[in-house]
Ligand binder design. Structure first.
Ligand SMILES: [Zn+2]
Length: 88
């Protein structure tokens, strides 16, 4: 049986479900390669829950450690993130 519905796609065989694997689980975090407005590569890590929550409350910003810039993702970037989450 395939479990592709996100919240049920829990790798229980690896013991990841000790925290419940649904709400509050931090086991689904993904690394994303992003590029700051000054062309520095950065890596950020989000779970889909964290990402959507920050997006919803309008606090989603990225930070570049190299040039100390904060910026908000474009709609295109957000779409890419969501695509990645849906692959997992
Ligand atoms: Zn930068």
């Amino acid at each position: 049986m395939l479990a592709l519905a996100g919240e049920t796609a829990c790798p229980t065989s690896l013991g990841y479900d000790q925290n419940g694997c649904r709400e509050g689980s931090m086991s689904d975090r993904i690394d994303f390669e992003i590029v700051c407005p000054n062309n520095h590569n950065q890596t950020v890590t989000y779970s889909q829950e964290e990402f959507e929550a920050e997006l919803k409350t309008g606090v989603l910003t990225f930070h570049c450690n190299t040039c100390d810039t904060d910026w908000s993702p474009s709609g295109e970037q957000i779409a890419q993130f969501r695509k990645q989450f849906s692959k997992e």
